[in-house]
Write a protein that binds this ligand. Structure first.
Ligand code: WT7
Length: 657
């Protein structure tokens, strides 16, 4: 729903259960009630001083910074910008003396193969691969695409880029070749790092083959590094393609980390918006890393002996902040799992937790709902006693899923941290402090220290009463925030700042705050869908559908789904009338395949409806609100007589055969 289309965002849902933090959770935690209060007070009284102090305490600088926040180019804010550092050194080298022999990554492949890399081994692998990148001409500031399965080399590749100051852009392995090409082209990447294939869902996903489909159209790419993972057969282009193991052969396992400016881009990550093509969200080095470290401490309470598992793929921001960077910068042991949750059966996640002694488990509501559907016997079959903290991210978690997570997985012993944040915010923004914040199922609770979150009305004024819905905004810049959209500063301003005259960062979410000051995120206020926690732009899917030769017009809306949160429903006006239900079904499957091919399987519509036209205003604008109501089987109480074609509503409402 666009913000113009309604006056106020109504908030209907109420959930009153309150779960006090478990008594003994706080024992051994760095975050005491006193420290928490002091952080809040410090951020309030000396905002810049607060961030400067933390940046000095948490990061190892090569050149200390003297300026904290530079707002002269606002909304392009700069943090700590005359300081220099290296992100990879902050994640690896700093730990060698104390934790060289500590496992950094425990990896389990989908077939069950296990590999452990200590911090010392990880640093050696990262350095060797950084040398390989250099040897192939990759330089500071060059863009490198990473299109990999969830294997240690994915993290090694990211860290190696950071080590030499190259800017990586990870493309989720589930995206199709066209999506990959768009990202390579937008970033003008000089290299691609991929694998022959990865194991997922009991199959081998041929990543190299997907690259090969489009690399011919990507002249910027000079080198393709190929990891041998699945052993599947691949084709090869001499002079361009190089095996990972050949690229590193004979190279030194030492590579001095380069000094980069605090504002040097660490990575681009493409994400969908309500209009146009995916945008390359650009993150910084120092401010971003600082944010990941602080939230690892504050929200995940990371401790020396934790085995921490974030199930997110490195293709999403969660896999950047809470797999590849934050936990390593804190010297933690992470578990990495290559495959799908249901392989070989829905007990896989719990078996992984038991086998590797997972203590912190961070996942998405869609995974929780999918696993919950298979009942309590799977989790009950495994020993989950080591778990001490659970986390959720990606979409609002419904209270039923929350309660199951709490009772069955956490055995009413583990706090749940429901973390609200975005690709753009870089790190957690609103989240509980486990052990301190009482939680309410479905609420991400309160903003973290230094995060000026608020709910404002259409005029940009803070809403007056508790529980009044409005726009979720952030009123002050923060170090881990995005810096811009790659190559499109204007779109950055337009998307995130223009709504309230550059005064606030506009998240695109609506929320309410209850009488206790707890935030309840209600969903997107733009045309962005959340399918299994993944962000998809309706326009992006529509333009792909519209490019199909048999489609005259297409409109895409979301409807609620028990497992995926939202499901994609596409309304299609075919070029030629379809004779019967058989013809509709053939074109329907063809279109679903088409979208999966062009964007990726995650964008495949759950439902396709055919119609002779779409509801439009007299000026020709498609009335998505009506389509949404139809897809959700809601009653339509608004006056449709002002439509260009009022009769179409009746036709669309007729249940699909
Ligand atoms: C959007 C951001 C955050 C990393 C993974 C997704 C929704 C995210 C929550 C939460 C309610 C949430 C918002 C947000 N969202 N976390 N805990 N409660 N909603 O990153 O793809 O950039 O999506 O996900 O709508 O804007 P993303």
């Amino acid at each position: 729903m666009t913000h113009e289309s309604r006056d106020a965002i109504e908030s209907l849902f109420q959930e009153n259960r309150l779960f006090a933090p478990p008594q003994d959770f706080g024992r051994g935690s760095r975050m005491t009630p006193e420290l928490y209060r002091a952080l809040l007070a410090e951020a309030e009284s000396d905002y810049e001083g607060f961030w400067a102090r933390l940046a000095r305490a948490e990061l190892e600088w090569l050149t200390p910074f003297t300026r904290t926040l530079d707002a002269s180019g606002a909304p392009h804010y700069r943090w700590f910008d005359d300081g220099t550092l290296n992100v990879s050194a902050n994640c690896l080298d700093r730990h060698i003396a104390e934790r060289g022999a500590k496992p950094a990554i425990i990896f389990e492949g989908e077939p069950g193969d296990v590999r452990v890399l200590t911090y010392r081994e990880l640093l050696a692998e990262v350095s060797r691969f950084a040398n390989a990148l250099r040897a192939h001409g990759v330089k500071m500031g060059d863009r490198v695409i990473i299109y990999m399965p969830m294997v240690p080399e994915a993290v090694i590749a990211m860290q190696a880029c950071a080590r030499i100051g190259a800017i990586h852009s990870v493309v989720f392995g589930g995206f199709s070749s066209d999506s990959l090409k768009d990202r390579i082209t937008d970033a003008q990447a000089v290299a691609v790092i991929t694998a022959d294939g990865g194991h997922r869902g009991g199959r081998v996903i041929g990543l190299k083959a997907i690259c090969d489909k489009v690399l011919g159209d990507c002249p910027s790419v000079r080198t393709v590094f190929v990891l041998r993972r699945a052993g599947n057969e691949i084709s090869w282009q001499e002079g361009r393609d190089v095996w990972w193991h050949d690229a590193v052969a004979g190279l030194s396992d030492s590579c001095p980390p380069v000094a980069v400016g605090a504002e040097h881009p660490l990575y681009l990550l493409y994400t969908s918006g309500s209009t146009g093509r995916p945008k390359g969200i650009q993150h910084s080095s120092a401010g971003y890393l600082l944010g990941t470290i602080l939230t690892m401490r504050w929200v995940f309470d990371i401790r020396e002996d934790d085995v921490y598992w974030c199930t997110a793929d490195i293709g999403w921001v969660t896999g950047h902040s809470y797999v590849a960077y934050g936990p390593l910068a804190c010297g933690a042991t992470i578990l990495m799992y290559e495959g799908a949750p249901m392989i070989p059966d829905p007990g896989r996640f719990w078996r992984l937790c038991e086998r590797h002694g997972v203590t912190i488990f961070y996942t998405a509501p869609t995974a929780i709902r999918a696993l919950k559907k298979h009942g309590d016997d799977y989790p009950r079959a495994y020993n989950l006693d080591k778990l001490r903290l659970l986390g959720s991210v990606g979409e609002p978690i419904n209270p039923e899923a929350w309660m199951w997570f709490y009772r069955v997985i956490g055995q009413e012993r583990c706090p749940i941290v429901d973390t609200w944040w975005q690709t753009e915010t870089g790190v957690h923004m609103i989240a509980p402090i486990p052990g301190l914040t009482a939680t309410k199922p479905g609420s991400c609770t309160r903003p973290l220290p230094g995060i000026a979150a608020d709910v404002v009305d259409a005029a940009g004024e803070p809403v007056k009463a508790p529980d009044e819905g409005g726009f979720l905004v952030i009123k002050r810049p923060w170090p881990a925030m995005l810096r811009t959209i790659w190559g499109d500063a204007e779109r950055y301003r337009e998307t995130y700042w223009a709504r309230f005259e550059n005064r606030y960062y506009v998240s695109g979410d609506s929320a309410r705050r209850d009488a206790d000051g707890y935030f309840w995120v209600m969903g997107r206020v733009d045309d962005v869908l959340k399918v299994s926690g993944h962000r998809l732009g309706t326009m992006e899917i529509e333009s792909v559908l519209g490019a199909h030769p048999q489609v005259a017009e297409a409109a895409v809306v979301g409807r609620p789904d028990d497992v995926t949160g939202e499901a994609i429903c596409a309304f299609i006006v075919p070029r030629a009338a379809l004779a019967d239900s058989a013809a509709r079904s053939v074109l329907g499957s063809d279109l679903r395949r088409w979208v999966a091919d062009k964007i990726g399987p995650i964008a495949r519509p759950a439902e396709i409806r055919f119609a002779s036209n779409l509801p439009k205003t007299r000026s020709g604008k498609i009335m998505r609100r009506l389509l949404r109501a139809i897809a959700r089987h809601e009653t339509i109480d608004e006056d449709v007589s002002t439509l260009e074609n009022p009769d179409i509503v009746r036709e669309l409402k007729a249940p699909p055969e």
